[in-house]
Structures are given as structure tokens and as C-alpha cells.
Design a protein around this ligand. Structure first.
Ligand code: FES
Ligand code: FES
Length: 166
């Protein structure tokens, strides 16, 4: 079974097909960014991107994502560790407290900003509506996403990652 994970193709032992995806990432691959918090698909802490769309993976099995493209928070920064502008915006805005929601929140926002790099605050609020944060009160998170949108307009459009407005 093949997985496309953070830009690399991975061959997965068939014996792991039924393993829960969150446990496979965290235990087999040591990718601990995605958190297993509520375990019932309610909080968004386990969100990663599957084919560029946010998905809560705590209820998924490895076999469910075979052949799909997966992006975890570990794949967002540059290979040298330089934070992605969206990650840096979270740091700069003080949008991280306990950090439990942060990987899922950042990936949800990343998928959103790639589609809409000129969002209103209300659109941002709606976009992160399925990712719960118990610490920040959301304002700093919305500030961070709004600030990072500039980078998506400037940088990712240049890289062809965001369709230019028609
Ligand atoms: S841990 Fe998956 S939605 Fe909460
Ligand atoms: S920073 Fe603690 S849950 Fe969001």
C-alpha cells in the first residue's frame, strides 16, 4: 500500500492497513503534530490535509487514505526548519498557548488561505469553525490567519499554489 506523505512516497506494510491513522503517524512515523484529543471526530486536533482538504483523522484507518496525498504539520515548514509564513504568523500573533489545537488549526487555515487569500475575519472564523481551541479565545488565531493571508497572495500565487483571481 502506498501513501504520499509530506511530499514523499511511502510503502506501508499491509499488516498496518487496519491501524488507526493517527496512531500510525504518531507511533510508527513519530509524526506527533496531529493530536488525538477527543477521539470522536469533534475537536479538530487531529486534522491533517488529505488531497489539500482538512480531514479529522482520529476515526480513519491507514487503508482509508491509501493512494492519497497527506500533509501533516511536519511537512509545512521548509526542510531546513524555517517556519512557513502561516506558522510564523501564529507565533508572532501569540496565537499559541497550550499548542494542542495548533497543528490542526494551522493546516485548516493553510487549506483555506490557498483557496481564499483575501478573506474577511468572518470567513476565517467560519473556516476554522470545526477546530476547537480551549485557550486563546480565537482572536489571536484569527489575527494570525489574517496577517498570513498577505504571504499567500504574494508568495504562493507566485509559486502557482493559489489560482490568481479570474
Ligand atoms: S481527536 Fe479527532 S476530532 Fe478530536
Ligand atoms: S492553544 Fe490550547 S487549545 Fe488552542
Amino acid at each position: 500500500m502506498k501513501l504520499h506523505l509530506n511530499g514523499r512516497e511511502l510503502t506501508v506494510d499491509e499488516a498496518l492497513a487496519e491501524k488507526r491513522l493517527i496512531e500510525y503517524l504518531r507511533e510508527e512515523l513519530d509524526l506527533t503534530g496531529a493530536k488525538n484529543a477527543c477521539d470522536i471526530g469533534a475537536c479538530g486536533a487531529c486534522t491533517i490535509l488529505i488531497d489539500d482538504e482538512p480531514l479529522k483523522i482520529c476515526l480513519k484507518r491507514v487503508k482509508d487514505v491509501a493512494g492519497h496525498r497527506l500533509l501533516t504539520i511536519e511537512g509545512l515548514a521548509e526542510p531546513d526548519g524555517t517556519l512557513h509564513p502561516l506558522q510564523q504568523a501564529f507565533v508572532d500573533a501569540g496565537a499559541i498557548q497550550c499548542g494542542f489545537c495548533t497543528p490542526g488549526m494551522v493546516l485548516t487555515a493553510h487549506a483555506f488561505l490557498r483557496k481564499n487569500p483575501t478573506p474577511t475575519r468572518e470567513q476565517i472564523r467560519t473556516a476554522i469553525g470545526h477546530n476547537l481551541c480551549r485557550c486563546t479565545g480565537y482572536q489571536q488565531i484569527i489575527d494570525a490567519i489574517a496577517a498570513a493571508a498577505v504571504a499567500y497572495r504574494d508568495r504562493e500565487t507566485a509559486n502557482g499554489l493559489v489560482s490568481p483571481p479570474s
